[in-house]
Write a protein that binds this ligand. Structure first.
Ligand SMILES: Cc1ncc(COP(=O)(O)O)c(C=O)c1O
Length: 457
């Protein structure tokens, strides 16, 4: 480690709060450059990135088309208070709304913010304002951010434990995680048993959520990640989400889809809910909408929930919401992807990647499960029985990948991974949507080397 890196680490130790996630790694990792699917360290060693800033950089680092738009916006209208209008904002809102109108026949409006959790907060306001209800349903294993409101609908107690009472804590429902079914069922024969269990909550008032006389549910909305992200890139079984939405409609409970991680073509569709034959009442987006450049997030909600009468001026606001740098890049992201060919491209690349993962699974006993939708893919690392979760192996593979010393044709590489899953044993893969087949092959080769190095079988 050179002197410059040592100094950076020393300053991090002395001056930076360790309350973020940097110090999950010991020592924290420093990078100095990025391009396409790669990050570069101080020695200019390339690290193939299989996680792309938690799926914020879907279109590759330093994507020229997007960087050019950002530069142009810096030279024209880089700053503008959110209380004034600029063209890129309304054009972007128009594209998102027209997509919903033309494809699904639903009218709505968009409200922008900056970070994902902030947009989740805005969606909570819309839900509370419309339903008058403070409490929500959400999934076990779900992740919606770390502000107080978002933490209340995020299942991990770890994120709430030290921060007092969460009076608005959600009612958490098991997610259909078929590889480790919460009800010990088999997906081939269960007939979506988990959905039946959810339905039972509405049998009588004594199940605690439903007043049969008033036909009222205590919960305003169900917050879902249609494909679970931080929970381990889990794809729900066929038909589950549709049945869930039908159950909610019967009880006048809104459906809110959190698209912050899986949106913007990660799963092969613009919004991941489009894979599951449902239409949410509200969806929340962030991250990749600007490819990780100037942040922008937002919500789309049905007109009836967010009309000016319902959600009047000043209902929510943030200084940097609808910032012109963010809106201009997001507009270009959508223009760039709206052609006929983008969706099939992601699906084809995802199919190739998944094929290579299945081959990997056939070579290693410790690879318990692989699956993927579009370019959201997972590798579940286990003991050699192929089922018992191995957090230790996932941690080792993760740390070894960051060392940047894997030799391929006499050249050093690293592999950037991220770990998710209930048992922290799932490698969650969110590569660039523009990753090449050669880069996928290189990554598989590096992953094989990591497993070998970690003594896996
Ligand atoms: C599904 C989901 N929702 C919300 C968030 C929070 O977004 P942010 O970190 O931008 O606040 C994340 C971040 O990882 C996420 O994956």
């Amino acid at each position: 480690m050179n002197q410059k890196i040592l100094e950076i680490l020393e300053k991090n130790d002395k001056y930076c709060s360790h309350g973020d996630t940097v110090n999950y790694a010991d020592p924290p990792k420093v990078f100095e450059g990025c391009e396409g699917s790669f990050l570069f360290d101080e020695n200019n060693t390339p690290y193939l990135d299989w996680q792309m800033w938690y799926s914020a950089v879907n279109f590759g680092y330093k994507n020229k088309r997007l960087s050019d738009v950002l530069h142009k916006q810096i030279d024209t209208l880089p700053q503008l208070a959110s209380q004034y209008l600029h063209k890129e904002k309304v054009d972007l809102a128009e594209i998102i709304c027209k997509y919903m109108e033309e494809k699904y026949g639903v009218k709505g409006r968009v409200h922008f913010n900056v970070g994902g959790a902030q947009a989740v907060e805005d969606s909570l306001k819309v839900v509370r304002n419309h339903t008058g209800k403070t409490h929500q349903f959400a999934f076990m294993g779900g992740y919606h951010g770390r502000t107080l409101g978002a933490s209340a609908i995020t299942s991990s107690y770890r994120y709430r434990r030290r921060f007092g009472n969460f009076a608005d804590r959600a009612h958490f429902v098991p997610y259909p995680y078929c590889f480790r079914c919460p009800y010990d069922m088999k997906v081939e024969t269960c007939d979506t048993y988990c959905h039946k269990e959810f339905e039972k909550l509405f049998d009588t008032e004594y199940q605690s959520v439903w007043d049969e006389k008033a036909k009222q549910c205590e919960f305003g909305a169900f917050y879902i990640e249609p494909m679970q992200g931080t929970g381990g890139y889990i794809i729900p079984p066929d038909g589950y989400m549709k049945k869930l939405q039908e159950s909610l409609k019967k009880r006048n409970v809104l459906l809110v889809a959190d698209e912050i991680q899986m949106g913007v073509y990660r799963t092969g569709k613009l919004w991941s809910w489009e894979n599951f034959d449902i239409i949410p009442d509200i969806f929340v987006f962030g991250k990749a909408i600007t490819n990780g450049l100037n942040p922008l997030s937002g919500i789309w909600a049905r007109e009836e929930l967010i009309s000016p009468e319902k959600f009047p001026p000043g209902s929510t606001h943030s200084t940097f919401a609808s910032n012109p740098l963010g809106t201009s890049v997001a507009l270009e992201v959508l223009k760039m992807t709206q052609g006929e060919e983008f969706e099939p491209h992601v699906r084809a690349r995802g199919a190739y990647f998944l094929k290579r993962l299945h081959e990997l699974k056939s070579r290693w006993k410790v690879v318990g499960d692989v699956s993927g939708l579009g370019l959201a893919l997972r590798i579940e690392l286990c003991e050699k029985d192929g089922f018992t979760a191995s957090r230790a192996l996932a941690d080792r593979v993760f740390n070894e990948g960051l060392k940047g010393d894997l030799l391929v044709n006499d050249k050093k590489y690293g592999l950037v991974l991220d770990i998710g899953g209930y048992e922290k044993n799932v490698i969650t893969l969110a590569p660039s949507l523009l990753i090449t087949e050669e880069e996928i092959d290189l990554g598989i080769h590096l992953f094989d080397m990591l497993l070998r190095r970690c003594g896996a079988e």
